[in-house]
Design a protein around this ligand. Structure first.
Ligand SMILES: [Zn+2]
Length: 90
């Protein structure tokens, strides 16, 4: 009989611990989410189309949405190199 009581007690303790841990994890997740939502400073906005964070004065606003105004080619750092033969070869 004592054995059963100990077993039950252990289970209750374990369940309580699990619930406590889950509660703490949920609490921490909620806090992190809150902080992430607050992470953007007031003078910075996120581009609606690509998600880039840009200063508000540099962003383009259209209908309440902000855009970085950076073209994809410019952002990727992919300048077009012109291979023009200047006749110095051979
Ligand atoms: Zn953008």
């Amino acid at each position: 009989m004592k054995m059963v009581l100990m077993l039950v007690g252990g289970c209750v303790l374990l369940a309580g611990l699990l619930i406590f841990m889950r509660y703490m994890a949920l609490k921490r997740a909620a806090k992190e989410q809150e902080e992430a939502a607050r992470a953007l400073p007031e003078d910075e906005v996120q581009c609606f189309s690509c998600g880039l964070v840009v200063p508000r004065e540099k962003a383009l606003e259209k209908k309440g949405r902000y855009f970085c105004g950076v073209k994809r080619n410019d952002r990727d750092g992919n300048p077009i190199q012109r291979a023009s033969g200047d006749g110095s070869g051979s």
